[in-house]
Design a protein around this ligand. Structure first.
Ligand code: 4NP
Length: 150
């Protein structure tokens, strides 16, 4: 199972989602997790320090991650593509060329509340507390994803 986490910049939310799910599935050889952004503003950058810090608090290491932009080939490389918010979701749907590609795209918080289409709030312009909220939402969602894989 190959899972891609997608947000806008690939420096705040999706690196954290990647780190949380990778950590939860580290003993499952068949699971591969990656992340990307729909925008290219931060290509090559490490995750935002506030994401690194909240992850570290939970013994998750994001230091080796570098931001990249979502590419068309990701539709072939991944089985499930999780969007963090409705804007990422709509952007990904617009990039999909086939029904099969569209069917790979999901809203990550639908794992907690099916069909709710709730967004993980963008924490970039806020304070540290926003990252705490993002961590808790992603941790719940990734726990559901893990149990659906097992
Ligand atoms: P992310 O957060 O999409 O969770 O990585 C953002 C990072 C950067 C920007 C916006 C959101 N930005 O506008 O540069």
């Amino acid at each position: 199972m190959r899972i891609l986490m997608v947000c806008l910049g690939n420096i705040c939310r999706s690196p954290l989602a990647e780190g949380i799910l990778s950590n939860k599935t580290k003993d499952l050889d068949e699971v591969m997790v990656d992340s990307a952004g729909t925008a290219g503003y931060h290509i090559g950058s490490p995750p935002d320090e506030r994401s690194i810090n909240i992850a570290k608090k939970h013994n998750i290491n994001l230091n080796n991650q570098r931001a990249r932009k979502f590419s068309q080939e990701d539709f072939d490389k991944f089985d499930i593509i999780y969007a963090m918010d409705t804007s990422n979701y709509k952007h990904l749907i617009s990039l999909a060329n086939t029904e099969e590609e569209k069917n790979k795209i999901r809203m990550i918080l639908n794992e907690i509340n099916p069909n709710s289409f709730e967004s993980v709030p963008d924490p970039y312009y806020g304070g540290e507390d926003g990252f705490e909220i993002v961590y808790n939402l992603l941790n719940q969602a990734c726990e559901k994803i893990k149990s659906s894989i097992e």
